[in-house]
Design a protein around this ligand. Structure first.
Ligand code: 6PG
Length: 481
């Protein structure tokens, strides 16, 4: 028992931005929270910053203190970087008793989570892998929470997660999505979609900036207007804010001062890797990850510009009047978004089958409607589409998305072709268009690929005119004879 006799409902260890804010959120919702950090300064800093909420904290400097502050089965939420989870979990497990619950609330790779679930349950402990989205603000006032793990174990901590989650129409944006790594997998795909959304927004920004020489104020106004319509979303809203902001030191638009090299902690990349591993095309997400990578190779880009020169990206009336062009960009963005989300949900569909998770797609869309980074009105449509279409796998083919794609496809096509003709790179939007086109092609060019594979490797092919799967072309005889 802790010094003052209080017992905690849950513990949070790892008090950097996300951990500290989640602990404050829990305390605000009435939980008593044992707080712990490897270096004690962060514990003191949180106690100081907590104001009246400090009363609901039990500061613990050591793992034994932390364990003493909790009543079995003790739930301890780790809010540490992905690379530090094994060490943190081991440190805690050493002081835990059978039935105690390790909770990883960071952005873990779901393969690691599956491994940890197996290892710790074999030792009699419980393990939940929990994806938390919404950044600092979300952690403090309501994140979207994607939980993976045993249903019984989840029930023990469910009231706390439900109380701290964001709300959409009064419903908490938190759910158990499946066993073991399901929560962290869904969070990874959330981040892949986040990358795709951000990249496509950046691409239309590029068309406005480089094609039309629009000022940051003008572009902020466009995004602000889009945020009142079908594109309404957190990412469009913050784009307007970022573009409207001025650098306090120079007075220049902040966006013009920021170097054009994108960082990435790795979750978008994991998303693309898992899509590839599962054999599901997620080309928009892949393009977004690659574009960040290319942006970061700044010296190579500068050398390329010196060698090849840069195209004059200025657009005249290729996309119509300025107003018409802006309208077209918004439609293209919507079409691209549909393709990206269709891909993300298709990846989750395949993972659900392969890992036997039985992921609840309507619930995933619902808990993404508020709190998380990709929150938007669009997700309400997805929730409804899944509610109505049940197992529907490709969102592009489900209403209202099918109809919206039919209406917006021409804008995406025009934008991608004009951008290509003028040297404006729009890799994610172009991938979305190619995905759409390939997804409705009755005769692809893969017959030639199959011929080539058979030619050099005798891999066999199916014929269009008869049953069977192991036919060979006349070249095979030539090679062997
Ligand atoms: C979220 C975010 C978050 C992400 C960071 C940075 O859902 O709250 O996706 O989890 O890790 O925003 O991500 P990158 O460094 O990969 O851009």
């Amino acid at each position: 028992m802790s010094g003052n006799g209080k017992q905690a409902d849950i513990a949070v260890t790892g008090l950097a931005v996300m951990g500290a804010n989640l602990a404050l959120n829990m305390a605000e919702k009435g939980a008593t929270v044992a707080i712990h950090n490897r270096s004690p300064e962060r514990i003191d800093a949180l106690m100081d910053a907590a104001g009246p909420l400090a009363e609901r904290f039990i500061p613990c400097r050591t793992v034994p203190e932390l364990m003493a502050a909790l009543t079995p089965p003790r739930p301890v939420m780790m809010m540490v970087a992905a690379g530090a989870v094994d060490a943190a979990a081991e440190g805690l497990a050493a002081g835990m008793s059978p039935g105690d619950i390790l909770i990883d609330g960071g952005n873990a790779n779901f393969h690691d989570t599956r491994r940890r679930v197996e290892a710790y349950t074999a030792r009699g402990l419980q393990y939940l892998g929990v994806g938390v989205s919404g950044g600092e603000e979300g952690a403090r006032h309501g994140p979207s929470i994607m939980i993976g793990g045993d249903a019984e174990v989840f029930r023990r901590v469910e009231p706390i997660f439900m109380s701290i989650a964001a709300r959409y129409d009064g419903e908490p944006c938190a759910a158990r999505l499946g066993p073991d790594g399901a929560g962290h997998f869904v969070k990874t795909i959330h981040n892949g979609i986040e990358y795709a959304d951000m990249q496509m927004i950046a691409e239309v920004y590029g068309v406005m900036r480089d094609g039309f020489a629009m000022t940051s104020e003008e572009m902020a106004a466009v995004f602000g207007k889009w945020n009142e319509g079908r594109l309404k979303s957190y990412l469009i809203e913050i784009t307007a804010d970022v573009l409207a902001a001025k650098d306090p030191e120079t007075g220049r638009p902040m966006a013009d001062i920021i170097e054009d090299t994108a960082g990435q902690k790795g979750t978008g990349r994991w998303s693309a890797i898992e899509a590839q591993t599962l054999g599901v095309p997620a080309t928009v997400i892949e393009a977004a990850v690659a574009a960040r990578g290319l942006s970061a190779r700044r010296s190579e880009r500068l050398a390329g510009a010196a060698l090849f020169g840069e195209p004059d990206r200025t657009l005249d009336d290729e996309l119509g009047s300025r107003d018409a062009a802006v309208e077209l960009l918004g439609e293209a963005l919507l079409a691209g978004k549909i393709a990206a989300y269709a891909q993300g949900f298709a990846v989750m569909g395949q993972a659900s089958d392969d890992y036997g998770w039985n992921l609840p797609f309507a619930t995933i869309a619902k808990i993404w409607r508020a709190g998380c980074i990709i929150r938007s009105v669009f997700l309400d449509d997805i929730a409804q589409a899944y509610g109505a279409a049940g197992e529907a796998r490709n969102l592009m083919t489900v209403e209202p998305f099918a109809g919206t794609l039919q209406r917006t496809e021409a804008s995406l096509r025009r934008l991608v072709s004009v951008a290509a003709a003028n040297g404006i790179a729009v890799p994610a939007l172009a991938s979305a268009l190619a995905y759409f086109d390939l997804s409705r092609t009755t005769l692809t060019t893969a017959n030639l690929i199959q011929g080539q594979r058979d030619y050099f490797g005798a891999h066999g092919f199916r014929r269009t005119d008869r049953d069977g799967s192991d036919f060979h072309g006349p070249w095979a005889m030539g090679l062997s004879g």
